[in-house]
Ligand binder design. Sequence first.
Ligand code: PEP
Ligand code: MG
Length: 750
Amino acid sequence: MLNPLITAKRILQAAAQVTDSGALVRLIVERIRTALKVDVCSLYVMNEQGELVLTATLGLAENAIGKTRMTPGHGLVGTIAQRQHTLNIDHASQHPRFRYFEETGEERFEGFLGVPMIHLGQTLGVLVVQVRESRRFTEEEEAFLVTMAAHMAGSLAGNLKKAARPTADSQMPVLRFQGIKGAPGIQIAPAYVVKDDIRMEDIPERNGSGVDFERRRIQEALEETQEELDAGLDQLGAGSDTLDSLLEVYKLLLVSPELNQAIEEELETEVSASTALKRGMQRQIAVFEAMEDPYLKARAEDLRVLAVRIYRHMHEELTERIEPDHPVILVGRTINISHFTRIDRDKLVGIVSLEGSALSHTAVLANALGIPAVVGIGDEDLTTLHDTEIIVDGYRGQVVAHAPASLREEFERLTRQERALQADLSHLKTLPAETKDNVRVRLYTNTGLLADITPGLERGAEGIGLYRSEIPFMVHNTFPTEEEQVRIYRGVLTAYAPKPVVMRTLDIGGDKALPYFPIKEENPFLGWRGIRFTLDYRNILLDQIRAMLIANIETQNLQLMIPMLSREDELERFHALVDEAVAQLKEEGHPVSKPPVGIMVEVPAVLWLLPRLRDTIDFVSIGSNDLTQYLLAVDRNNPRVAKLYSHLHPAVLEALRGLVRECRRLNLPVSICGEMASDPAAVVLLLGMGVRTLSLSAFHLPRIKWLIRYLHIGDCIALLDQARDCATEAELRGLINNHLRDLGLNALIQ
Ligand code: PEP
Ligand code: MG
């Protein structure tokens, strides 16, 4: 008897072994046909033009594959796609929706069962089985096909779409890939697919060609790695201190007797040089990973990186510089700092990566360099795009390839418009962000990398409202020392002095992982994040605060901010730690003083805690990214629920309104530093609520200043009131967009 779940699982397991998309769809229809003992099994996949294409069949005429197409609503298959509903019928040819496609030879089959494959609400295709006799399929058969379709839609979506694409001789259809917005901007350029993003785990294992030969190979590779580290790396022009210290760590590890001993022992088992390297490293990694101290534990990741570095020297093709003749968009599973160091800065104009989130390494670097990035595209094969012109749309998180002329022109127009707008707005730099009715708004910038400091200043930021201190930790490959941190923070504080700089203490966990200190949790967003983590590792927090205080001695423009606060005692413990740092440093002879301390409102609980916290905080900053995610219970990085994530949700607006009112009552300065501060519609509402300080990325700053200079606070208050009557977020956006249109601010409409 058919067990739908077990059979479906077996087929999917077999499918997972197949990499070629054509072979994959053939395997699926063949296995389903056998499992159900039917005459026909066919797969129709929706192409980029919205047509359902017969992509694989066993039972219908094979030459109909790729030819038979229908639009939703057309024929039985089109009807299933349109209604997103199963059709189980005994007399297919008599059904009112039946259409005859001559090339298929379908007229011979009467029993028909078709189920839609739906992914994130969209129909991806239709799975059909048919039999000659006139019969309805059983409930069991239907359950099996529905199970198969659901799993296929979830796990094989990319491969299915690929299988539906015509082969090279026909005109290339437009390809769109949806990812996560990594860094804003639009860029059109050829893709450069990096093939070397290997991990230590990917190093293949095999037998060697003699111990002496393999020993020589590894010795050479170790020496070359040593030379490479000695020579240093030509870097991004900023943050090179960070890199130097990183190279120092590698050099020490490279010569460690324990590591060399482990590699030698492995070599003697007659394996290849790379296998000995991998296994020797794994043994050392296990030693570090077992350690309690987070600094030492973090060395495990250094070893992984080092292993790949040495391995590259055994395989020349992996160390080459990336030297295209023209500017390119780097495309890869991950794009990491090593890629940035191997390409000239003026040749790099965009980034696309299969992995990563909005705050991943890749996104952070792209933001710092001011180039668009789309990350987290997921399980797609982009290797065929090498040298193909692609469009990266960092505003929408989309990548488009083979764009028809009209679409390309549209994107070109957008880039021209954007450049013109930025140039037009440059005159705003020295003008205040002041509404028409003379209400002054403070515009600060969000930053994290040294390379990111200048754009904020160039665009007239009045200070830094959010310095994401975890970013230097993320682009590093080990915890930075106190001295390194002092250098980094001093660079930021000095560049902005006397303007204020709000430095947030380390906010890792959730989507922000340190490569050298992985935290594995079932629910990372509800787990060991921000202040929860650092209070458990007092030494890390103490080092960081000490470094910030020392860096602030000359400039005195530092303010400290606590991420992810959710309890009163966390604030008390934080203060105690800052007091301890001040006392220690004074004792050591440093003339430090305690800076103002504020908190981020990211956890909804804080909305009700403010009166209790009031006496021990100097300001609050709304972290609307996390606050929205926690209020709505929507993961901010999960593309499946991305459409549910909205800072214009009525509950979010109501919470913010209450929060700002409460701050006013408590005489507590309030600002906002989440992405909401760069959304023009949201800014109108925030001004209506009474927010007067916004912190946003340097890129968006001129546009928001432009907006503010056209607004009247009275209108903002009225729009905020009308927002309550809007039934949907779309209606609310429409309402504000009309207002922007009336003001002639069409370029700001999102
Ligand atoms: C936020 O949560 O709104 C915020 C600014 O912090 P981050 O995006 O770094 O989590
Ligand atoms: Mg946050």
